[in-house]
Design a protein around this ligand. Sequence first.
Ligand SMILES: Nc1ncnc2c1ncn2[C@@H]1O[C@H](COP(=O)(O)OP(=O)(O)OP(=O)(O)O)[C@@H](O)[C@H]1O
Length: 674
Amino acid sequence: MLAEASPAKKQRIMGPSHQGNGLGSIQNKENYQKLQIERLQLPIYSARKRLLQEIQKLDTVIVIGETGSGKTTQIPQFLLESGMHRGKTIAITQPRRVAAITVSQRVAEEKKTAVGRLVGYCVRFEDMTSEATKIKYMTDGMLLREAILDPQLKRYSVVILDEAHERTIHTDVLFGVVKDCQKERRKKGIPPLKIIVMSATMDVDHFSRYFNNAPVLYLEGRQFPIQVYYACNPQSDYLFASLVTLFKIHKEAPKGHDILLFLTGQEEIESAVQSIKEISRDKEQEDLTLIVCPLYAALPSQAQLRVFQPTPKGARKVIVSTNIAETSVTIHGIRYVIDCGMVKAKVYNPNSGLDILKVVRVSKAQALQRTGRAGRESPGTCYRLYTESEYESLQTSTVPEILRCNLASVMLQLLALGISDIINFDFMDKPDTESIVSALDQLHLLGAVEKADNIQLTQLGKQMAAFPLDPRMSKTILAAKDYDCLEEVLSVVSLLSVESILVNPARKRAEAMAAQQKFMSSDGDHITLLNIYKSYKGVGGNKQWCQENFINNRNMKTAMDVRKQLREICQRLELPLKSCGQDMTCIRKCMTIGYFMNAAELQATGEFITLSTRKPVSIHPSSALFRCKPAYVIYNELVQTSKCYMRDLCLVDPDWLYAAAPNYFRRKKPANSN
Ligand SMILES: Nc1ncnc2c1ncn2[C@@H]1O[C@H](COP(=O)(O)OP(=O)(O)OP(=O)(O)O)[C@@H](O)[C@H]1O
């Protein structure tokens, strides 16, 4: 099925493959020395001196280097070792939390320190840094939040925007924010901020032009060669093709060579994991067991990090991942990558105001990043499940997220940064005016902005921006202060902010459903979550209880931590932390106040349609309301699979909807409201 084509250039293989990865932080001397030797063998090392000379001279530089050449792990260390950080912190942004965490762990090992000291990371709801931290890996969203509190980013001397080609919404806003910060610091005589923009692939002219014609430094050489194979013919079923390819590799590849398979989303991955396990049980090679691990954003952090652990002897590891393993990460043992050629991406329709996840073709840049995961510790191989001509027809780079997503959250952050003229903000690629206006309209409906000549945050909007949450969720929290149910709403929001707390193992589905039944509320998923929270607190977070009730103990603990942090923000804002006792109605009213734009109405046909755009939608099978026919519901999100499903639902009264936003519903008044 697969034919060899255009193997990547074979270049000098540099140094032995790396053996012991690991998440431990303080390494023994031998391991430390081994890591230092590995550092010296990275292609970037020979360019160290020149690189530092250039960075010293310039305020802004763009660095392009092959995947695995050492940009992410080494450049911050070079800057630190040369003293160019001037005693301040170096920030390195990553589009994804798993990359920020694992790269900081690697660099901490290389620096022989524990994570959180000299080297640390900061991702939403998890800050592993201290006063001593000088190299700080963080998600782009976290740096943006810091900029709200300190627009001059005074604690940093260097900001490195890594994987810039990904063009996440936060990275794009950060481009404008750090550029402006650099200018302001220069104007005010504050020590300059250096900006380094990095990637393996990007439209350098576009980036350079945007960053005031910043010079581009090209790092030569790749550490290990990667052989690329394409499919001979277009594949109608990439899932089937990926399984065939995987088992072909498993049959032929030597021991110790692990496989990374890129698919698109959680459900697809879980079903592929199941199939791989079943097939491998039938075909078990006597001396080589397959260990199959899923990897996707909704997986608990600990389960995500487990895939980075070394493969036990006598086993081959297969990781089935979404694009979260696509950039920056190094997974020990991976020699083979299988790229299905598809990715799940958010697509926004400004007419409907909805973000929907859709499966689309990857870009060439994404294909290259996926390939790059194979050659990090030794030569690798990548199987692309599409033909070479299909590859040639792919878009060069991914369409920036800012051009295809709901902008409400980011507009709120820009306004909180004091940027009111959003239409004229210095975007690298400006979203169309229609999307900006629609986002501002949503914020206006939520009461976060006043629309005068000069758009400004209201008092409520300022409070909303203090929460690291979707504006609708922040509004829900702020509504709770008027209904004396802040304690309960914080519990619900915290549980909604973490990965699923319900465990539903495929083999014990019926047992899990029976155990969870007692929590289910006919008022919907939010009250169901609250019931779980109360019971969990009632048993003091007992582990055994979690097991018996198919509740994910780790995610519950994370939710408790999130709750604590949100509660602290409420205290800072001096919101009254009151409890409503047994009255669940007020909680549902608060959800309505935040999510009135996400309302759906039952039709005579038994189908639901959204009130905003009259789009047919269904209740997700995982919902407590799945078997019910409520007249009106609000939902937290829409997911498009075979149908368009509403997830996380709450039963509401049409009068509450109308009361939440009379102006909005004057246009679309629910049929049954008074
Ligand atoms: N966690 C890790 N375990 C083992 N080796 C690692 C780890 N992280 C990095 N390395 C080694 O360091 C090399 C350089 O990694 P680094 O992330 O700095 O490269 P990069 O140029 O930023 O690549 P990319 O563009 O793919 O992010 C890897 O190829 C690998 O050999």
